[in-house]
Design a binder for this molecule. Structure first.
Ligand code: FAD
Ligand code: SF4
Length: 510
């Protein structure tokens, strides 16, 4: 029976059981499509990284004896739409059975289900064999519970998968070393030079340009530094273990004007494209820790494991539990548009200038920049979550909706009304000053609420709390913030609100 098997651009799983058998009657199809480049405007590095990784993966399959039909963005007969591509191949190649791996995006899941229903041949969906959990495991775990606490899910995952456990007890006798992960970076330890991945991306770049794919952000073809093959991804993992892991937890929440990556792993693209599995990343890191306990403390490793075994699986579960409604949520009824500087980085706010410019130059910002700088500012400015979502989905190398949306709409913008986060992640300038060196060289003064040069985060913070006080009236987690708001003198609050409103109105000029 002649089979057609679809491999999507984020399904580059070299270890998938599909590839155990070599069979000339199985045709694999992979395609660079306008459908995928155009559903949101992407960063140019993201498009290049996906296409380059897909091309490398198709070469790998061919070298290993599999039949592959690869459709480039520049191919004249590329229909650029998934169902047209599949229908053409099914009739041209006289395919008798169509098979695909479950996509991680709701949009593609619906498209493929609808397509299969229209088919007159057999079809079958397979697991992508990537995640620790199934789509529904989180929903089943939290069944009947009001609060979907990540910490509870994470502990279950640690026990179930025997990660960092000593019998039934957590390694180091604590489940969570979060409180140890809050050092400010002041150059205490040097940051090793990033590993380089030399690769020629000129051909892909010119094909993307010729196809008139609309993108944004910067790319330097001589310094394109994302791993786009399994070998390179494994090298990045080894590099992380040997060079960065020993300080990962300590500086997890730190931000610094001169250091874009600090001790972060930059493994998200490798995992989200599935070139690395989360299990092999966690196992490698944990094994490395056990071999080097004199040099590496448990708090560094636990901090890292929590992100992957905990947060990454957790947000995926929330996505499948809540979609498609999640994509429409706007619990705080925010409606403002993003200012232009989200696409230029041209703002006098040093923290925003650094975090946005870095995002545009590298297609990367680390977690705390995404959450407590750009996300914080977007929420304090009461931006529409659709706008914020689209920007995050476009700009980051690792942005795929299943992981981007719960993080942005949920954790960062509280648009889901607290399904994911127990309180909104908002702060005034003082938190940013505590965790970074941004404020020292800023046009604005972090200590001031009022006045020409007052840090915008300050008045916006109190205005946000005041605007949303009815919504959070019964929230225990917000009680302290709200009691401080209540203690503010009416005249001071009125002046602060007036300042915040004028900042919102003049947001293009901040
Ligand atoms: P490290 O700091 O080295 O962390 C290790 C790994 O843990 C990451 O590679 C990632 O796979 C995982 N991880 C860490 N935090 C999270 C999290 N909150 N959710 C899921 N996985 C996590 N991550 C994405 O992969 N894609 C996104 O589109 C994305 N959008 C985000 C949007 C916002 C507003 C926020 C606050 C976070 C977002 N994250 C996203 C999570 C996190 O910021 C990135 O995974 C991380 O910055 C990637 O860099 P790294 O590989 O160096 O991570
Ligand atoms: Fe950001 Fe305010 Fe600090 Fe400037 S002073 S860097 S705007 S927090």
């Amino acid at each position: 029976m002649k089979k057609l098997r679809l491999v999507l651009g984020d399904q580059l799983n070299h270890e998938h059981s599909w590839f155990d058998e070599k069979n000339p009657d199985i045709l694999y199809v992979m395609a660079e499509m306008r459908q995928e480049t155009d559903y949101v405007k992407h960063h140019i590095q993201k498009v290049v990284a996906f296409f380059q990784s897909m091309r490398n993966f198709s070469e790998y399959l061919k070298e290993n004896g599999h039949e592959v039909r690869y459709c480039k963005i520049s191919d004249k007969d590329n229909p650029n739409e998934l169902t047209a591509l599949l229908s053409n191949l099914i009739s041209k190649e006289k395919i008798e059975c169509f098979e695909y791996q479950l996509p991680d995006e709701y949009r593609l899941d619906v498209q493929l289900k609808d397509f299969c229903e229209s088919l007159k041949i057999d079809f079958k969906a397979f697991d992508s064999e990537h995640f620790y959990t199934s789509r529904t495991e989180l929903s089943e775990f939290f069944e009947g519970k009001k609060m979907l606490l990540m910490e509870n899910f994470y502990r279950m995952m640690r026990k179930k998968h025997h990660v960092l456990m000593q019998g039934s007890q957590p390694e180091g006798n604590l489940w969570n070393f979060d409180k140890d992960n809050r050092l400010k970076y002041k150059g205490q330890v040097p940051i090793p030079v990033a590993i380089g991945f030399q690769q020629n991306i000129n051909e892909i770049l010119s094909e993307i340009e010729k196809a008139n794919v609309a993108t944004f952000g910067k790319i330097d073809s001589k310094n394109f530094n994302w791993p786009t093959s399994r070998k390179a991804c494994l090298a990045q993992l080894t590099y992380f273990c040997e060079n960065l892991l020993k300080h990962f937890g300590d500086f997890e929440d730190a931000m610094h004007t001169d250091e874009k990556f600090l001790f972060h792993s930059r493994l998200s693209f490798a995992m989200n494209s599935k070139m690395l599995s989360p299990k092999e990343v966690v196992d490698t890191v944990v094994d490395f820790y056990y071999e080097n306990t004199e040099e590496i403390s448990i708090s560094q490793v636990e901090g890292f494991v929590r992100q992957i075994l905990g947060w990454r699986e957790y947000v995926r579960g929330i996505y499948w539990k809540e979609m498609p409604n999640y994509a429409q949520m706007n619990a705080l009824e925010n409606h403002h548009k993003l200012p232009d500087f989200y696409w230029t980085g041209k703002t006098k706010m040093n923290c925003m200038q650094k975090a946005i410019t870095q995002s545009l130059e590298e297609a990367y910002a680390h977690h705390i920049q995404r959450l407590m700088i750009i996300g914080n500012f977007s929420l304090l400015m009461q931006m529409h979550p659709d706008e914020v979502d689209a920007w995050y989905l476009g700009v980051y190398i690792d942005a795929i909706e299943w992981v981007e949306m719960p993080n942005t709409r949920g954790m960062s913008q509280y648009a889901d009304g607290g399904i994911l986060a127990t309180k909104p992640y908002v702060s005034s300038g003082s938190y940013i000053n505590k965790m970074s060196n941004y404020c020292g060289s800023c046009h604005y003064n972090v200590k001031d609420k009022l006045g020409e040069k007052a840090c915008p985060f300050n008045s916006l913070y109190w205005h946000f709390l005041d605007e949303k006080k009815d919504y959070f009236a019964n929230s225990q987690r917000m009680a302290m913030m709200m009691s401080l708001l209540k203690k503010m003198k009416p005249a001071e609050l009125a002046a602060t609100k007036e300042k915040a409103i004028s900042l919102m109105e003049n947001r293009e000029n901040l």
